[in-house]
Write a protein that binds this ligand. Structure first.
Ligand code: HAM
Length: 425
């Protein structure tokens, strides 16, 4: 299997790692359920056009990073690089893009052909939340607060929330005109990447990693000065309410985000502990996207959390795994058959059961039960099998640890004993 490896930028998640993924995911699901956000699942493969139109052809994601191919019917397909465009398509296709307020979440793999590094993969996972159908700045406050609280709930410290307002399309076009003029007059001083963006996607220059460009940008016009009074009012409302809820935030006038669909609110949550790929959560409002994709004029806002980055931050707190509750030790043909029957029966209860099928000696099986830290053991040897019985006890040397003999068909007797390790409903 020398040359059969997983693709660069993809990762296997092995059972030991998945313990923390599952623990974190179950907290995420629970928090979303408590906030009455409902799950939506869309295909991971879509028509390429969906992302070209939805995310914007000049964005890095569409121009350079999509996994696009022709299927056998010569249709151009793309593995989803993000979830928002797909959710919008699903809403429109299913006649749900009206102004009924909907709160949706999704979780799953996304694909971007980026240079892999810590916290950046080609197949990665996101939890996304989309609030569709409300123009009210209260939904912005609510959504940002949800993102913040989820990360707090996972015990992640030292996060920083940055927010900005991109205004409406008109505000942004006015800004873009003035910014482009400024860029053109400073063209020679820009780094080469930024020079390429002047015509295609000038706002992304604000995000440039080049320190000289960043220095130069200090004198550039800023978007916030081009916002209409209405846009300023809604931005002020959001900031006031975040203050009221004691959600700490920093205003970052250069925060523009990498996808074209944003209007008004844009935000990111970052952590110093993540190194260069510091953003764990990014989101914003996209009031024009649904209409632009053929739906009704429906405002919306959402965010996505990168799960790999989330695990880097929160994973350590969630490595605790539930050990095996019952280990069934069995030896001999008749015992093995009864052990199988019991193993099957125990699936009715909330206990994790392991059965030894090695056929090795009873003492070796005891060692195995010990190694996997089983909480209790069932023993079915030849003698027990003859009598149609098994012995069960907690796995400890404590003298008070009484061993119980139960008939294989005595469900009541088994349930009484199981109360030692689980509450039975
Ligand atoms: P995004 O900023 O492109 O936004 O991605 C959101 C998060 O996904 C990032 O902050 C990061 O944590 C994670 N992420 C992105 N690319 C990678 C990668 N290559 N490897 C690992 N993690 C990655 C969106 O995708 C928008 N759809 C968010 C949104 C929802 N806006 C409105 N609604």
């Amino acid at each position: 299997m020398d040359n059969l490896r997983n693709l660069r930028g993809t990762a296997d998640l092995l059972p030991d790692q998945l313990i923390k993924w599952q623990n974190v995911e179950s907290i995420l699901r629970e928090q979303l359920k408590r906030s009455s956000v409902r799950e939506i699942r869309t295909p991971i493969i879509e028509m390429t056009e969906l992302f070209e139109r939805g995310i914007g052809e000049a964005t890095d994601v569409v121009a350079k990073e999509m996994y696009t191919f022709l299927d056998r019917g010569e249709r151009s397909c793309t593995l989803r690089p993000e979830g928002t465009a797909s959710v919008v398509r699903a809403m429109i296709n299913n006649g749900l893009s009206n102004n009924l307020f909907q709160k949706l979440w999704y979780m799953g793999p996304m694909f971007r052909y980026e240079r892999p590094q810590a916290g950046r993969q080609r197949q990665f996972h996101q939890l996304g939340v989309e609030y569709i159908g409300s123009h009210s700045p209260r939904s912005d406050v609510e959504l940002i607060t949800l993102a913040w609280d989820i990360l707090q709930k996972l015990g992640i410290k030292n996060l920083s929330l940055e927010i900005n307002s991109l205004g409406n399309i008109e505000d942004r076009e006015n800004y873009q005109k003035s910014f482009r003029d400024w860029l053109e007059s400073n063209y020679k001083l820009l780094d080469s990447d930024s020079q390429k963006r002047v015509n295609k996607n000038p706002l992304r220059i604000l995000d440039s990693k080049n320190s000289e460009t960043q220095n130069l940008l200090k004198n550039a016009p800023i978007l916030i000065d081009f916002l209409s009074q209405k846009s300023i009012d809604r931005y002020e409302f959001i900031k006031e309410n975040l203050d009221f809820l004691k959600i700490p935030f920093i205003e970052n006038v250069k925060l523009v985000r990498g996808l074209d669909y944003y209007t008004h609110t844009a935000f990111e949550i970052t952590s110093d502990e993540l190194g260069s790929q510091a953003t764990v959560c990014g989101g914003g409002r996209y009031d024009n996207l649904i209409k632009q994709m053929g739906g009704n004029d429906t405002p919306a806002i959402g965010f996505a959390i990168g799960l790999e980055r989330l695990m880097l931050l929160a994973g350590k707190n969630f490595e605790i795994q539930r050990h095996i509750d019952i280990f069934i030790i069995n030896k001999g043909i008749r015992s093995e058959a009864l052990a199988m029957k019991l193993y099957r029966k125990l699936r009715k209860y909330d206990v994790i059961t392991e059965i030894d099928i090695s056929g090795s000696s009873i003492s070796k099986q005891f060692k195995k039960a010990n190694k996997c830290k089983a909480r209790s053991i069932i023993v079915i040897g030849e003698e027990e099998a003859m009598k149609h019985q098994f012995k069960i006890r907690l796995f400890s040397d404590d003298e008070n640890n009484e061993e119980k003999t139960i008939n294989i068909d005595d469900n009541d007797g088994l349930e009484v004993w199981l109360k030692n390790i689980i509450p039975i409903n």
